[in-house]
Design a protein around this ligand. Structure first.
Ligand code: ADE
Ligand code: ZN
Length: 324
C-alpha cells in the first residue's frame, strides 16, 4: 500500500508555502540574514511545534516566516518544497502564499512574488512539476488591508491564478471579505477560502454564497449541516482536506476519528493535502499513508482521492486530460 501511494501521480491543492519552511532551511536563511530565532537546535524547534489550536500554530508560523527577506529566500523556500513534490510523485501543486505576512514587515510584494514564481518556473523545467499560485488574504486583518494587497498584486496578475482566505478563522467570517472577493473575481482571480476548519457550518455557507468560492479549504464542519452537504455536492465543489493538520491543531482528536471516510461515503468530493507540512509532521504522501492506515481506506478509495486532486485542480481541461 505504501508503495502504491508513493507511486501514484497526484496533485496537491492545499499548501501554504510559508508552512513548508523546514527547520534546517529556516536556520540557514536566518543565519544568512543575520536574524536571531528563539531556538538553538532543530530539537528545540520540534519541541515548540506542539499546538492546542489554530492560533497557537499561527503565532509560531508568522514568527518563522519573519526570516524571509530577499527574493533568493523566497526562491529557496519554494524550490525546496517543489523538490519534495518531485520526490513524492506530486505532478502539480497549487501553492498558497500570504503577501501580508511579508509586506507588513517591509518586504515588497514584488520580492515575494518574483522569488516564488521563478522557483515555480525552474521546477516546471527541471523537475517536471507544474504549479500555480493562490494569493491568500489574512482574515485577522481588515478588508481594507486585503484591498491594498489586491492592488499590489495587479502588476503581477499574470503570475497569480486564485485568491484565498486564511489565518484565524473564528471571529473573522467570510462576510468580512465580501467586497474584496467581488473585486478579486472581477480581476480574473478564482476564489477559494478556508472555511469550517474551526469555524462552524455557517462560515462555509457564507464562503459559498458571499465569496462565491470554487473550492473549500478544509470544510470539516460542513458535516454539521445536512443541507450544506447537499449544496456542496450540487455545486460540485471539492474539499481540500488536511488530515495531519487536523490532528496537529486538535480539529480532530485522533486520526482514527477523522471524518474523511464519512465524507467520501456521503459523496463529497475530497482531496488529501498537507497544509503546512514542516509544522504538522508530514508531507502529502505521509498524509495519504497515515490516513489510509487509520481509516482502513481501500486502494480504490486512495486512487479516487488522487484522481480528485487533478479533477478539482485549476489546471485547464486539456492539461487535466493527461492525468484523468
Ligand atoms: N495559514 C496556514 N495554515 C493555515 C491553516 N491551517 N488555517 C488557517 N490559516 C492558515
Ligand atoms: Zn491551510
Amino acid at each position: 500500500m505504501i508503495e502504491f501511494i508513493n507511486n501514484l501521480p497526484k496533485a496537491e491543492l492545499h499548501l501554504h508555502i510559508e508552512g513548508s519552511f523546514e527547520p534546517e532551511l529556516m536556520f540557514k536563511i536566518a543565519q544568512r540574514n543575520n536574524i536571531k530565532i528563539p531556538y538553538k537546535s532543530i530539537k528545540e524547534i520540534e519541541e515548540a511545534y506542539k499546538f492546542s489550536c489554530l492560533q497557537d500554530f499561527l503565532d509560531i508560523y508568522y514568527q518563522g516566516a519573519g526570516v524571509l527577506i530577499t527574493e533568493q529566500d523566497f526562491y529557496d523556500l519554494t524550490y525546496s518544497y517543489l523538490q519534495k513534490c518531485a520526490a513524492q510523485n506530486v505532478k502539480h501543486t497549487e501553492i498558497m502564499f500570504d503577501p501580508q505576512t511579508h509586506t507588513h514587515r517591509g518586504i515588497t510584494f514584488e520580492t515575494v512574488i518574483k522569488g516564488i514564481s521563478k522557483a515555480c518556473k525552474d521546477a516546471e523545467e527541471n523537475l517536471n512539476v507544474s504549479s500555480l499560485l493562490i494569493m491568500s488574504y489574512l482574515r485577522h486583518l481588515s478588508e481594507e488591508d486585503a484591498f491594498k494587497t489586491l492592488e499590489q498584486s495587479l502588476p503581477f496578475k499574470h503570475l497569480i491564478t486564485a485568491v484565498g482566505l486564511d489565518s484565524s478563522e473564528k471571529g473573522n467570517p467570510p462576510s468580512k471579505f465580501k467586497n474584496v472577493f467581488e473585486a478579486s473575481i472581477k480581476q480574473g482571480y478564482i476564489p477559494v477560502a478556508h472555511a469550517g476548519e474551526e469555524g462552524d457550518a455557517d462560515y462555509v455557507w457564507e464562503a459559498l454564497d458571499l465569496l462565491k468560492i470554487k473550492r473549500i479549504d478544509h470544510g470539516n464542519n460542513s458535516l454539521q449541516d445536512a443541507n450544506l452537504i447537499k449544496e456542496i455536492i450540487k455545486r460540485n465543489l471539492a474539499l481540500t482536506v488536511c488530515p495531519l493538520s487536523n490532528t496537529a491543531l486538535k480539529v480532530v482528536d485522533n486520526l482514527k476519528d477523522h471524518p474523511l471516510k464519512k465524507m467520501l461515503e456521503l459523496g463529497l468530493n475530497i482531496t488529501i493535502n498537507s497544509d503546512d507540512p514542516a509544522y504538522f509532521g508530514g508531507q502529502v504522501n505521509q498524509n495519504y499513508i497515515e490516513t489510509q492506515k487509520a481509516l482502513n481506506l481501500s486502494k480504490s478509495q486512495i486512487y479516487l482521492l488522487a484522481k480528485n486532486s487533478f479533477k478539482y485542480s485549476f489546471l485547464s481541461e486539456e492539461k487535466k486530460e493527461i492525468y484523468l
